[in-house]
Design a binder for this molecule. Sequence first.
Ligand code: HEM
Length: 140
Amino acid sequence: MNRIRTALLALMLACSAPSFAGDDSLYRALGEKPGIEKLMMDFSARLKKDPRIGSFFKDTNPKALAEQLRDQVCELSGGPCKYEGAKMKPAHADLGVKRGDFNALVEVLQQSMDDAGIPFATQNKLLALLAPMHRDIVTR
Ligand code: HEM
């Protein structure tokens, strides 16, 4: 009897593990791939225009950046995408990004999310995933 219970428990754990690892609730809350793409198009256009950090993006093609960000955020939020762009550390190594620049970028993203009508709780979940990246992006 005990052996059957143990086997049943192992089976339950095996079945529940993938659904936890594959939690796509944030991805869905962000409007899946089309919603994320729209958000990232708006975000990268705003980045270029931002008086504080726009100069970082003066030579950037906003559509190309938005596509990279779309795949990155889609993957991070549990969606079915694979980000294939550069790793964050080498991508930002020579830019000289300061903490204040990072915070400004987060504010711009918040503006985009506000305008897209994304609820505050959903915004915070995405920001919580992005925040630790400052270690690889802020270099001075
Ligand atoms: C959590 C914060 C950030 C994320 C998730 C992020 C993400 C990315 C991604 C995915 C790319 C594209 C890499 C590639 O093309 O392979 C990129 C490039 C870039 N990022 Fe960031 N980044 C962040 C913060 C910043 C900050 C704070 C700045 C400057 C204020 C910045 C400036 C740039 C620039 C200038 C590029 C190059 C764009 C180009 O190819 O023209 N990033 N970033």
